[in-house]
Design a binder for this molecule. Structure first.
Ligand code: BV8
Length: 259
């Protein structure tokens, strides 16, 4: 069982091999989960099931079936989460990932997060494989619906076909967006370094990407506050908050002498 793990609080230093790999790499892919946004105050979507939604199971609620059954309740849950995002900004972890895009000439960011904070932090090559909560689409036609006037029926209706409008996010039992997922698989199978940041690696097929990278020969490392389901299958786990570890890593990669 290959379990290499360091705790940034205890060990203070990163393993030499990790820094050498990061400094020598030409191409880098980062996969983020809700843990990266946690330090900005965005509740992970399990934590977002509070109040009137607390008695819902996320795998049942974030689904097309739940929307068909109770469109108003599901729409209101997303409106509640969208409102939470209004006063939320990227944190040091987001900005460090934007820095990585400047360091590596071949860089891709694959995110499970739907909050748009990576774009706000300055990343350009972003693959939002679970969609974006700030966008809406027609439930039947899957076409983006832009201007929704407040005070309309809840959920609002598609101006073209009259079906309900829904958030443009990927629900459970729904396929991931074709271009984003194919590109994510392509870049994961060609990169030198694959960094998994702030995800439990529970949700598929996103959780397959680090394994695809590892099997293709990449150096795969994760940053999390706890071990995850992939910790034994990758090269290195750094225990620590992404908002603390990622800025340290980018500093070390750019430092002339680091030992
Ligand atoms: C699909 C948008 C098929 C909605 C989300 C095997 C293969 C394929 C599918 C499956 C499979 N096994 C099971 C499935 C089905 C299912 C699945 O994965 N189920 C899970 C529960 C087992 N997958 C699907 O249904 C996917 N679709 O496969 O379709 C198909 C194909 C063709 C035709 C039809 C169908 C769709 C999955 C997408 C679901 N949508 N989000 C919304 O947000 O409302 S997933 C959602 O969960 C978020 O994107 C989030 O990223 C993810 C995980 O939830 P969280 O717990 O919130 O976040 P995360 O896991 O990232 O955990 C937080 C981590 O951060 C923790 O590890 C924590 O320790 C760490 N952390 C916290 N703070 C910090 C930190 N780390 C560092 N620093 C910190 N400060």
């Amino acid at each position: 069982m290959n379990l290499k793990i360091i705790d940034i609080e205890r060990d203070k230093d990163f393993p030499e091999e990790t820094i050498t790999r990061l400094r020598e790499a030409k191409s880098c892919v980062v996969l983020t989960g809700a843990g990266v946004s946690a330090e900005s105050g965005v509740p992970t979507f399990r934590d977002a099931l509070t109040g009137t939604w607390s008695n819902f199971n996320v795998e049942e609620f974030a689904t097309p079936e739940a929307f068909r059954k109770n469109p108003k309740k599901v729409w209101e849950w997303y409106e509640y989460r969208r409102n939470l995002l209004k006063d939320i900004n990227p944190n040091e972890g987001h900005y460090a990932i934007a820095e990585l895009e400047k360091i590596y000439s071949d860089f891709w960011l694959v995110t499970q997060n739907i909050d748009g904070l990576h774009h706000k932090a300055g990343n350009k090559n972003v693959l939002e494989i679970h969609g974006n909560i700030c966008r809406n689409k027609c439930f039947e036609e899957n076409t983006i619906v832009d201007n929704i006037s407040v005070g309309e029926e809840i959920p609002p209706r598609c101006p073209d076909c009259g079906s309900y409008v829904r958030p443009d996010v990927v629900w459970f039992h729904e396929p991931l967006p074709k271009y984003e997922m194919e590109k994510a698989i392509e870049v994961s199978s060609q990169c030198d370094i694959f960094i998994v940041a702030g995800t439990s690696a529970i949700v598929y097929p996103a959780a397959e990407l680090p394994i695809i990278a590892k099997n293709a020969g990449a150096y795969v490392m994760e940053i999390n506050i706890e071990e995850t389901l992939i910790s034994t299958q990758i090269d290195m786990t750094i225990l620590g908050k992404t908002g603390i570890v990622l800025p340290k890593l980018t500093e070390l990669i750019m430092a002339k002498e680091w030992k």
